[in-house]
Ligand binder design. Structure first.
Ligand code: SF4
Length: 549
């Protein structure tokens, strides 16, 4: 295996730090070869590695490196029952699947050599014909593998972590795209909307259960608001079912679960979503908010989920192209153990991935008080100008859906706009077929964090447009979070929290256009507030050109 220059330069340092029980936070850009580096250094420390990623799609790049450079290492992966169950139609919450009533409730010895997606499809086909469960077989197989690929919930949600029944101390645990740990508690948030209740009502058979859900549905309409921001709700006892009503819902839920497994056809059990929403309210760490006609039960801080990182018996490497700064990892995220922050480009004093040129427009801003029809029309003019001059696709990222829709009214070209149902795979397929497309998404959304349009390892996005500074909305959730964290560390962190979240959102968006070492992109920072030393320094845009319409 031939390591790149930066990998050679710092491999021994990272190995030593991991052996000395430091948590290593590695900041290295996309396309720089982080995955190979993590595998290489981890195997110098321990025999086994766990790679933890955000989505199943991210298994493949790790598999590719394993299949090329670590052929002697056995690998396996785990996906939730909703994806692995042979009777599931996919849109299912794993907790609703009733394995106790299943004729395939057994795992067999399997070996995985093929890529994760084809391996899963093969197991599902074989499981059906040979009579075994792919999920429980995968669960068995991870215990005999050198490399395990998992998604975040299996590491960060305590009860799910325990189901794996492995000795985590035997592994180096690599957390990929680790900037996401800030919001890791979102994995356990619960939502309840009128729509969920309607679907649950249509699934239910008992009149009593239907009446209870009708009652909840009517009250939800009264206490939730259509605003796309979190609004605290202090008292929801009014809509919570009584103990007897919960019993009735639970009974109905179990009946549906059993019927689905009898019919060997498992789809979403909406009553399960309702029950889990009300169950989580018993946890005093949870607060309830209204958000876009739904109720959302959220944990305010992630410390109980990320506490596993502070377990000194375990060896961790966090990796990201947009890692939060060291102080932020300590203060806001709550990492307390020995921690070393390695910014690869700073240490090696070298650019190790593609590059970009920055332009800052000084005649527009998305500042709330200055949003007007005139400002929206100006933004639209910029987008048109960029569209006609770009070499390939343009990714435009907005601070909110509301602002994106407002500006889109002034656009007279074809564009693809993100919404809550957007399927990222479909967008990527569409973009691969077109020569030039204006793709519009929101900061911290599906597209800005996940879209990858590449051809032969190079990005097909030539221009990234940041349409206004993507500060998170200052809503009740953010305010309560700031208050809790500031109280805990006895320091006011509101500015840091807001600024760093905006910075990571911008860097993530730029990263969509830099997928390989030869990529070159143009980054349009369309807000005069970007013309500050802090922003220019953080974005490596000190030589940015200022522009006006
Ligand atoms: Fe459970 Fe059977 Fe599905 Fe396996 S195949 S996850 S045992 S329901």
């Amino acid at each position: 295996m031939k390591l790149r220059e930066w990998q050679q330069q710092i491999a021994d340092i990272v190995v030593k730090l991991l052996k000395d029980n430091f948590l290593v936070a590695l900041q290295a850009p996309t396309g720089s070869g982080k995955t190979l580096f993590a595998l290489y250094t981890s195997f110098k420390v321990k025999d086994k590695v766990i790679f933890v990623v955000r989505t199943h799609n991210e298994f493949f790049p790790i598999y590719r490196e394993l299949a090329t450079y670590f052929k002697d290492k056995k690998y396996s992966f785990l996906v939730g029952k909703s994806s692995a169950c042979v009777y599931s139609n996919g849109d299912v919450d794993s907790q609703d699947i009733y394995c106790g009533g299943c004729d395939l409730f057994n795992g067999v010895n399997i070996e995985i050599r093929d890529p994760p997606v084809s391996a899963l499809n093969r197991l599902k086909k074989e499981g059906k014909s040979l009579g075994y469960c792919p999920y429980y077989s995968l669960l068995e197989s991870i215990r005999n593998s050198h490399v395990i690929l998992l998604t975040y919930p299996y590491l960060f949600i305590p009860w799910l972590r325990e189901t794996l029944d492995i000795n985590w101390e035997e592994y180096v645990i690599v957390v990929d795209e680790a900037h996401n740990i800030e919001n890791i508690s979102n994995l356990e948030e619960r939502r309840l909307s009128k729509r969920t209740l309607e679907l649950a009502i249509s699934q239910a058979k008992s009149k009593e259960a239907i009446d209870i859900m009708e009652k909840i549905k009517n009250k939800i309409g009264k206490i939730s608001s259509s605003d796309e921001k979190y609004i605290l709700i202090n008292n929801i006892t009014e809509i919570s079912p009584s103990e007897e009503e919960m019993e009735i819902l639970l009974h109905e839920y179990e009946e549906i679960r059993k019927e689905m497994i009898r019919n060997k056809n498992i789809s979403r059990n909406y009553i399960g979503s309702i029950i889990r929403f009300f169950e989580i309210l018993n946890d005093e760490r949870v607060k309830i908010f209204s958000y876009s006609n739904s109720l959302v039960a959220k944990y305010i801080i992630s410390s109980d989920f990320i506490n596993i990182l502070n377990d000194e018996r375990l060896t961790f490497m966090l990796m990201s192209g947009t890692m939060q700064p060291l102080d932020y990892l300590r203060d806001v995220i709550g990492i307390k153990r020995k921690l070393v922050y390695i910014d690869v480009e700073k240490i090696t004093k070298n650019k190790i991935s593609g590059s970009y040129e920055c332009l800052i427009s000084i005649d527009v801003t998305s500042a709330y008080s200055l949003r007007s029809e005139r400002m929206a029309a100006r933004y639209a003019s910029y987008l048109l100008k960029i569209f006609y001059n770009s070499k390939s696709h343009i990714l435009a990222i907005f601070p909110s859906y509301e602002f994106m829709r407002f500006i889109s009214k002034f656009l007279n070209i074809k564009y693809l706009m993100e919404n809550s149902d957007t399927d990222i795979e479909e967008v990527m397929e569409k973009a691969k077929k077109e020569e030039k497309l204006l793709i519009m998404g929101i900061a911290r959304g599906k597209l800005s964090e996940g879209i990858e349009i590449v051809n032969n390892g190079s990005s097909m996005i030539s221009d990234v447009v940041i349409v206004g500074v993507p500060y998170p909305p200052i809503d009740d959730y953010l305010k309560i979070r700031v208050e809790e964290i500031s109280k805990r560390i006895k320091k006011d962190l509101s500015d840091d929290l807001i600024r760093i979240q905006a910075l990571i959102a911008v860097k993530q968006s730029i990263g969509r256009a830099i997928r390989g070492p030869n990529d070159k992109a143009t980054v349009w920072l369309l807000d005069k507030r970007f013309d500050s030393l802090w922003w220019k320094k953080e974005l490596n845009c000190l030589n940015a050109r200022k522009i006006k319409l």
